[in-house]
Design a protein around this ligand. Structure first.
Ligand code: GCW
Length: 677
């Protein structure tokens, strides 16, 4: 339940004594809300880690000093607070002072102080000596957001860890303790924004922006505010009709505009620092401006205008595509859709509209190329959307540490703006200097005791926050941090969990859909193999496998033209079979099973090899996990063991279904003559 905020007691007596000497007091030089939370966390952490309860004092001697830059006491003249001037609002420094045996945690804002406390607690639990703190830190991304897909009946769309911690039986939960603990977890890794309801906004949730629920939303916002997190709501585009008694939701209709303006005023009366709206419009049967012959600039600008007087923003999702595709039609391509809809609107959005773009052009598959929209809209604010919840990556039954995947996305060079233009430089706002930018992700938590169903899936939530705070951190560093904070300083445990996490994505890829094709899952719930599941459904997300070959031709020359949406030289790289990377070959090309990959294997042999290997690797995961038995508590040990057993049966099912399917289609036998049913 405590996740990575275990705050285990330090075992080394000498280190503990020294910490006790330095941490006798907490000197508070700021009384704001977030600094109070910082103090509370510090007391909690020190009590548990060091085993002393620090006193609140006005002296800096033997104290942890909490202060913002402005409120710094004059005794602190030697603290190099001017270094903070180069940092953004949320930046902080941590400096030890040998003379007074104190440590200064100084933020540019109260939230900066809070972040400093979390950093301080993290560091003293690991190798940092108390007398030699010299830290300067700041988040690289501006918006660092969590999207909850929680419904008010308590269910969570694509949730794999129990029920909502926010809602039950179409009401807010009365007890917000769990929400507060969630806020602590999020703030500890630097998250500063949250939308608290599903982007699919159904009947009851449409009323979240009415008097019926706004007092509750305000209470939740109070909890998050104390941790530096802004609250947002997902809204129903058809609200003016559904709750406003208007005949239309047309964004250019004067009455509709007036209705949203009044609505914004009402919301801000309850929550003065409300973040704004998240909007899924004209997507998967949700209402939107298309119904009125308007485009998405019209649609979002109207809402933005209503929020503007209050500094609110509209986060408008680009997940807009035709979800009903005929199999005879080889030109319509879901991958193209976001770019086709939005690229042409560049320059038409108001200043407080931010487009939210999924990392890939499809939908959080285990392997997809990076969305070509990144970098393609110079004059438009963009945030990237990741999925921490493992909808297509094992649903928190199978292990899949996603940080390496996210890093590949962030490091990808789009070649926008004529050269070096990584995704991370676009979404941290540095490339085009947009007013708003950042990252959002769909949360993976629920009310399960361990938050995430699979205990090791906590590493994804932790990793998401850490990575978007600082995209230069490596997947390895993040894994190491998480393991030590979660399971304590035990080499053996670290040596086991570490490789498990780091290999898990490639293991998952091995036994599921091959070479970037994606989608071979059971329709609707999306767990487990079903090679033709979407091949014969109205949603039509095709792999086009027949007896000769497999893959989707997305070239400009003979296919859907999707490859041409990239900047050069990426467009060229994907266009040609020779230069297209193996792992995405079936995403971009339709090839015969005998096509030889750069690895030297044929496509069919690659399919067989990876599927046999994937299962063996899951068996190894189990034997590696067995090494931690007795070294961590039974509860967490059993939780993971149980999940690994489920993963093994899932992997075997995938292996057998995929191998048999392609053996029957192609008639080509496995070179190694293994069992294919
Ligand atoms: O990944 C798909 C999911 C839907 C989801 C949609 C979206 C919230 O299967 O459950 O709806 O994407 O991102 O809007």
């Amino acid at each position: 339940y405590k996740s990575w905020l275990q705050y285990d007691a330090i075992k080394d007596v000498k280190k503990q004594d020294k910490l006790a000497e330095w941490c006798q007091n907490i000197a508070l030089y700021d009384q704001s809300l977030q600094v109070k939370s910082a103090k509370e966390e510090l007391v909690r952490g020190l009590t548990s880690i060091v085993g002393i309860k620090p006193q609140i004092s006005n002296s800096v001697n033997h104290a942890i000093v909490l202060s913002t830059r402005e409120t710094l006491p004059k005794e602190a003249i030697h603290i190099e607070a001017q270094r903070l001037e180069d940092l953004n609002d949320e930046g902080f420094i941590i400096e030890s002072d040998l003379q007074t045996k104190s440590v200064y945690l100084v933020g540019n804002s109260p939230t900066g102080v809070l972040y400093a406390v979390f950093r301080f607690l993290r560091d003293i639990q690991r190798d940092q000596e108390i007398h030699s703190f010299n830290v300067i830190d700041r988040p690289r991304n501006q918006i660092r957001m969590m999207n909850q897909w929680d419904n008010m009946d308590g269910s969570i769309e694509r949730g794999y860890a129990g029920q909502s911690i926010f809602y039950k039986d179409n009401e807010f939960r009365k007890d917000l303790e769990r929400v507060k603990d969630y806020a602590r977890l999020l703030a500890s890794v630097g998250i500063n924004a949250i939308s608290i309801n599903n982007v699919n906004v159904f009947e009851v949730e449409t009323h979240l922006i009415t008097k019926r629920f706004l007092p509750d939303v305000a209470e939740v916002a109070d909890v998050f505010r104390a941790y530096g997190i802004k609250t947002f709501l997902s809204i129903n585009y058809a609200s003016p009709i559904q709750i406003g008694n208007l005949a239309t939701a047309d964004p250019l209709d004067e009455q509709v505009k007036a209705w949203w303006k009044a609505k914004a005023q009402e919301i801000y009366d309850f929550i003065p620092d409300f973040g704004g709206f998240v909007v899924k419009a004209d997507s998967e049967h949700r209402p939107g401006p298309f119904s009125y012959g308007r485009d998405h600039a019209d649609g979002s600008n109207m809402l933005a205008e209503a929020l503007e007087p209050f500094n609110g923003i509209v986060i408008w999702r680009c997940f807009v595509y035709n979800c009903l595709q005929d199999w005879r039609d080889r030109k319509t391509d879901r991958a193209r859709a976001a770019y086709d809809h939005f690229k042409k609107l560049d320059g038409q959005f108001r200043e407080n509209v931010v487009l939210q773009i999924k990392n890939g052009p499809m939908d959080f598959q285990v392997r997809e190329p990076v969305s070509p929209l990144f970098g393609a809209m110079e004059q438009t604010n963009q945030v990237l959307e990741f999925q921490v919840t493992q909808e297509y990556t094992g649903q928190q039954k199978d292990l899949c540490y996603l940080v390496p995947l996210w890093k590949e996305v962030l490091d990808f060079n789009t070649f926008a703006n004529g050269g070096n233009a990584s995704v991370k430089s676009i979404i941290d706002g540095s490339l085009y200097d947009n007013k708003y930018s950042g990252i959002a992700a769909v949360s993976n938590i629920g009310d399960d005791e361990n938050w995430t169903g699979h205990t090791l899936a906590q590493a994804n939530l932790y990793g998401y926050g850490r990575l978007i705070w600082d995209p230069e951190l490596s997947s390895e560093q993040i894994a190491d941090e998480w393991i030590r904070l979660t399971f304590g300083e035990d080499r053996q445990v670290n040596d086991s969990v570490y490789p498990m996490l780091l290999h898990s994505w490639s293991i998952y890829e091995n036994y599921t859909a091959p070479l970037g094709i994606g989608w071979m899952v059971n329709p609707n719930h999306h767990y487990g193999p079903n090679i033709d599941g979407y091949e014969y459904s109205v949603w039509g997300t095709y792999h086009f496998a027949d007896w000769q070959g497999i893959g989707v031709d997305r070239t400009v020359k003979s296919g859907t033209g999707y490859a041409g949406q990239y900047f050069s030289p990426n467009a060229k790289m994907y266009e040609s079979i020779e230069s297209c990377p193996d792992e995405l070959i079936l995403f971009f090309h339709h090839v015969p099973y005998t096509h030889r990959l750069k690895s030297g294997e044929t496509v069919i042999q690659h399919i067989y090899n990876t599927h046999f290997k994937g299962v063996e690797q899951v068996e190894e995961l189990i034997s590696t996990w067995e090494k931690v038995k007795g070294r961590i508590d039974g509860e967490r040990y059993h939780n993971v063991r149980e999940r690994l057993d489920m993963q093994l049966s899932n992997a075997k099912e995938w292996r057998d279904m995929v191998n048999t399917y392609f053996y029957r289609k192609s008639g080509i036998t496995d070179e190694k003559k293994r069992t294919i049913y």
